[in-house]
Design a protein around this ligand. Structure first.
Ligand SMILES: [Fe+2]
Length: 175
């Protein structure tokens, strides 16, 4: 092997072969990386609220948010690996995530428990919307594997939204 070959090997893009084509690689990888950034942002926000929630429902909310954070984190690796299987490059750093995320951070010193749950409920609902949009992109390129993963994650986001919605409903007033 000569120097040119070595150089080419070193600088060759990390393009895993895929029969889905270059357009699918670009469109689906792009959409998945934006989702990956959203998952990381929502994971950190959910942990932030898990750590800082207070009040009479502390134990319930603290545990609920931990469960939800675990579920968000569990999806991140399969999303990134899906990007690689398509031959794209996954997010590389916290800075990269910050440039792509559409979920806004909440750095407020104090947030009421109900505001925390309402904000996460909205974020999870938006995340499900964006996954549905990505599902359409997958359908256009006949990428059934990514579509199938998204279906599971959409269901999980809807479950998180449901729990957050029920937890923020006013209780029955005693007669
Ligand atoms: Fe914890």
């Amino acid at each position: 092997m000569n120097d040119t070959d070595t150089h080419l090997r070193r600088t060759a893009p990390l393009e895993t072969p895929t029969s889905l084509g270059a357009d699918a690689r670009r469109d689906i990888s792009g959409a998945l990386n934006a989702l990956l950034a959203d998952f990381f942002a929502l994971y950190v926000k959910t942990k932030n609220f898990h750590w800082h929630v207070s009040g009479p429902h502390f134990r319930d909310y603290h545990l609920l948010l931990d469960e939800q954070a675990d579920q968000l984190y569990a999806a991140t690796d399969p999303i990134a690996e899906r990007v690689r299987k398509l031959g794209g490059a996954a997010v590389r750093s916290i800075g990269h995530i910050a440039r792509l995320q559409r979920i806004s951070d909440n750095d407020a010193e104090y947030v009421t428990p109900l505001d925390m749950l309402a904000e996460l409920r909205e974020d999870n609902a938006r995340l499900a919307d964006r996954m549905r949009e990505t599902h359409v992109v997958c359908d256009e390129h006949h990428d059934v594997a990514t579509a199938s993963l998204l279906e599971v994650w959409i269901d999980e986001a809807e479950r998180r939204t449901w729990f957050l919605f029920e937890a923020t409903r006013p209780g029955e007033t005693p007669r």
